[in-house]
Design a protein around this ligand. Structure first.
Ligand code: LHQ
Length: 253
């Protein structure tokens, strides 16, 4: 099985599982990952997702031995829905980058909401090495996360960016000691799974909308999404818990 799914308390752990190929993606694997995300979304008890890779790599991007199976544009017809799915998933997605994240593998990680990486991991926009452009959202994520100059350097030089520098540059949330990565990622996913799930989903939507809106339009988006957040039971609970000076018990509703 190229994708492993484990149900944990409140969240699902999804593991890319072709360790002998550094979890390089094939079409079947991309489709299986898409299906796993859909199943997580459909499961009422699932309130967060944790994505990681088996073995010493996170994901080496498209399996270059399998590119012959379809034209490149057709391959992206399979991967683009995956990136859209992660961004639109009404659940927080934590990514634990356990080793090298290259090409589409790097941008798969960047599509997630909170990215932790092992100190020994690195991010490589490997595309330029083989005459391609950054895909799976790379040309959109990079300038927004690290600015135009660094985006161009990463995309055109295709050099590995070590995890710590990735965190310093704002490409990811945190670099973590190798031995602590997976435990810390689980703690984070478990914590997010106890939060106001709908509020977090609306936060994702608002932040993505902000990438294309001017302030005027974004204030309207905030008004509309906040009205939705204000109709959730978790909002009622959050305020009540604050006034009663106790921790909130959110149900994700
Ligand atoms: C691999 C791969 C791999 C197959 C390691 N494929 N076997 C493209 C086309 C179509 C449309 C959609 O979009 C895309 C987007 C893309 O993702 S393009 C970019 C594709 N990825 C790359 O160009 C990265 C290729 N890999 C590497 O540069 C290195 O393997 C990295 C820097 C990731 C890791 O280097 P090392 O740690 O030195 O590991 P390694 O190179 O020895 O790899 C271990 C094994 O995994 C090795 O097999 P072997 O049989 O020799 O042990 C590699 O051949 C295999 N592998 N990446 N993408």
């Amino acid at each position: 099985m190229t994708i492993l799914v484990e149900k944990r308390s409140g969240y699902r752990l999804i593991t890319l599982n072709r360790p002998e190929r550094l979890n390089a993606l094939t079409l079947r694997m991309g489709d299986a990952l898409y299906a796993a995300l859909g199943e997580a979304e459909a499961d009422q008890s699932c309130r967060a997702v944790l994505l990681t890779g088996a073995g010493r790599g996170f994901c080496a991007g498209q399996d270059l031995a399998a590119v012959g199976e379809a034209p490149l544009g057709d391959i992206l017809e399979h991967y683009n829905p995956l990136i859209r799915k992660i961004r639109a998933l009404p659940l927080p997605v934590v990514c634990a980058v356990n080793g090298v994240a290259a090409g589409a593998g790097a941008n798969l990680a960047l599509a997630c909401d909170i990215v932790l990486a092992a100190r020994s991991a690195s991010f490589v926009q490997a595309f330029a090495r083989i005459g391609l452009i950054p895909d799976c959202g790379g040309t959109w994520f990079l300038p927004r996360l690290v600015g135009a100059a660094r985006a161009r350097g990463l995309a055109m030089l295709a050099e590995p960016l070590p995890a710590e520098m990735a965190a310093e540059w704002g490409l990811i949330w945190q670099a973590v000691e190798d031995g602590k990565l997976i435990d810390e990622a689980h703690v984070l996913a478990a914590r997010l799974a106890t939060q106001a799930t709908q509020g977090l989903a609306l936060t994702k939507r608002a932040l993505d909308a902000a990438e294309i809106n001017d302030l005027d339009r974004q204030l309207d988006v905030e008004r509309d999404l906040q009205a939705e957040a204000g109709r959730t039971a978790d909002y009622t609970e959050g305020v009540r818990a604050f006034l009663e000076k106790r921790p909130p018990v959110f149900t994700g509703r």
